[in-house]
Design a protein around this ligand. Sequence first.
Ligand code: NCD
Length: 320
Amino acid sequence: MGNIFKNKSKNSLSPVKLSSPHLLAIEGMKKSEIEELLNRADHFANLDKHSNTKILSGYVVLNVFFENSTRTRVSFELAARRLGAEVINISLINSSIKKGESLLDTASTLNAMRPDLLIVRHPHSGAPLLFADYLNCSIINAGDGRHEHPTQALLDALTIRRRVGFLEGLKISICGDIANSRVARSNIHLLTTMGAEVRCVAPPTLMPSSLENLGVKCFYKMKEGIKDADVVMLLRLQNERMSGTENPSEREYFKFFGLDENKLSFANSNAVIMHPGPMNRGVEIASILADDTNRSLIKTQVEMGVAVRMSIIEALNYTK
Ligand code: NCD
């Protein structure tokens, strides 16, 4: 790959119609649908934040989070508000679960509030699917257990596409705690669908089995896994989903799997760095690389999150 700094925009002026009223996973999505959502998100990303995008007036969005979140929750809220929707944030971390309410009862309570869209993050894989089965509104999965985090993969794709110009044929290395990462799973589905060459790099304890069936190559050494890569995507060690023995120590992890200048020198000389956040400096990534405004796209990822979520919320309203 030669110079990959192209910054091509593929603006789309019309809303996207999807084949499903929900966004539960990237797995199963068509390449054309992903492309159209990214084109429309490109349009929103190019707009001034004061542009009149208030096309969803009267549309009610419930932002229901059963797990902590800062960037994803705020990003969805901003996206919905920029489209003119009414947004209600509901934090259910431990609350209704601790009080003994079943997920089905929570679903039926939320349904009685007659939302148009429910955005749900839940520690258990499959919870958004259950909500989709029991509620009369659209559902967006904002991250379910180790399963999927579809909007993160879409915003990552938009970030890469705006910087590089395309996804097909790019060598993309996803490094770190693959086993516990819904971000990795959604990205693997999206990037392989779009024709990128995806590599996963992790210690054996954090590499899920049968990953190769998803069309990726697995590596257990950073220097081999990121050799000639165009994009190096890092993942947080998701200690909250580990049983305790998967990772010896943060210091040792950084030595073997943390991205530093030496390991990065094996990648393409133009390679860009990504991380979904929250990042741990000195564990997954050296501070100097996280702050390298030339190579690190971490802040652009956050910015693109709002544009991508606008395109999805608009599409679901258009699809129902
Ligand atoms: C990710 C998540 O929640 O899965 N964060 C995010 O949404 N930006 C990744 C993580 O928690 O490490």
